[in-house]
Design a protein around this ligand. Structure first.
Ligand SMILES: Cc1cc2nc3c(=O)[nH]c(=O)nc-3n(C[C@H](O)[C@H](O)[C@H](O)COP(=O)(O)O)c2cc1C
Length: 322
């Protein structure tokens, strides 16, 4: 698959997830097989763009795949400036966020709120497209609410403006993350566009990915929460899409190897103090997805020494491997 001039080696994307899809996470996911990981959103607000947090979010590194940077903003001039800035840093694809449902984001007309103001949304797309050479993509929800599902209209107009790929999360903004994602909107958009369309929302197993691909005829899937604590999932989907057998769930020994590798990368990236604190949310997901590991969480999360965390994890997984 191609995103404009950028080749993508897989039909499986991992979702932009603020606070999760950082460089160490993307490297971990990609180390386990083929997929296309996307980074966290970055605010185009000039006051925030140069912040330390934004710099960390726009970090590129070996083994993290295509450098896709997602921008959040509703001011066309700011978005254009931010797009040029991240292109200058090495972004290979710029994704525009029109899906974030957070109140504090929508209050400033950004994220999913842009879908309520189509003219502004199109101005933002046009402004970004005009100033960068790299492909521009769009991540949408189905609309603001059940009575305003305008994703198809925006997608068609975005294609005319030269957007190279569209990802659709099958929920409205008002649904947040509740209820079930629907795929009829994705199917309709796919049918009416010639650029790649990616289906997103509740795709959390190999079987579900196959069913959604079949139902929507989408060009690929995007996996969000499904790969938290389960970074093997995207590569398993990719393998099956390529016609290979599903490699299946990892063994306890493999889980331990990957968790420790992810933790090492994370601590190197953020430093030991901040790193141990911010790795806890990943650890929680890993333990949640490991049979019998739930009781390990409270004592493990209370530890402040990475060496002891590793020892306790090793003890648990080595016992599980026997
Ligand atoms: C913790 C978290 C952070 C997220 N951050 C972003 C973000 O930065 N940009 C974005 O477009 N979507 C963001 N999303 C939405 C996901 O990209 C995705 O569209 C959504 O979770 C639905 O997919 P899923 O059901 O596979 O999780 C976030 C979701 C979660 C759970």
């Amino acid at each position: 698959m191609w995103i404009g001039s950028a080749e993508v080696g897989s039909q499986v994307f991992t979702a932009p997830m603020a606070g999760f899809s950082d460089l160490p996470f993307r490297q971990t996911v990609l180390s386990l097989g083929n997929c296309c990981p996307e980074g966290e959103m970055v605010s185009a607000n000039p006051g925030l763009l140069g912040s330390e947090e934004s710099q960390l979010r726009v970090s590129f590194g070996e083994g993290a795949g295509l450098r896709i940077v997602q921008l959040l903003g509703a001011n066309p001039a700011w978005m254009a400036r931010a797009a040029r800035f991240v292109e200058g840093l090495g972004a290979q694809v710029i994704d525009i966020n029109m899906g974030c449902p957070a109140k504090k984001v929508c209050r400033t007309e950004c994220g999913a709120a842009l879908m309520k103001n189509e003219e502004l949304a199109l101005q933002v797309i046009r402004a970004v497209r005009e100033v960068v050479r790299v492909p521009v993509t769009l991540k949408l929800r189905t609309g603001w609410d059940e009575d305003h599902k305008n994703a198809l209209d925006i997608a068609q107009r975005a294609e005319q403006l030269g957007v190279s790929l569209i990802t659709v999360h099958g929920r409205t903004r008002m649904q947040g993350y509740a209820g079930r994602a629907e795929y009829d909107t994705v199917k309709r958009i796919k049918r009416s566009l010639s650029i790649p369309v990616i289906a997103n929302g509740d795709i959390d197993s190999v079987d579900k990915a196959l069913r959604v691909m079949d139902y929507t005829a989408a060009d690929g899937v995007m996996v969000g929460r499904g790969c938290l604590g389960d970074p093997w999932l995207p590569a398993r989907m990719s393998a099956v899409f390529w016609g290979s057998a599903d490699p299946g769930q990892p063994s306890p020994g493999e889980r331990l190897r990957v968790i420790l590798g992810h933790m090492d990368r994370h601590l190197r990236f953020y430093g030991e103090r901040l790193g141990l604190r911010t790795f806890r949310k990943h650890l929680l997901w890993y333990l949640r997805r490991t049979e019998g590991a739930a009781p390990l969480a409270p004592p493990l999360l209370a530890l402040s020494d990475p060496g002891t965390v590793k020892e306790k994890l090793t003890e648990f997984f080595e016992k599980a491997e026997m």
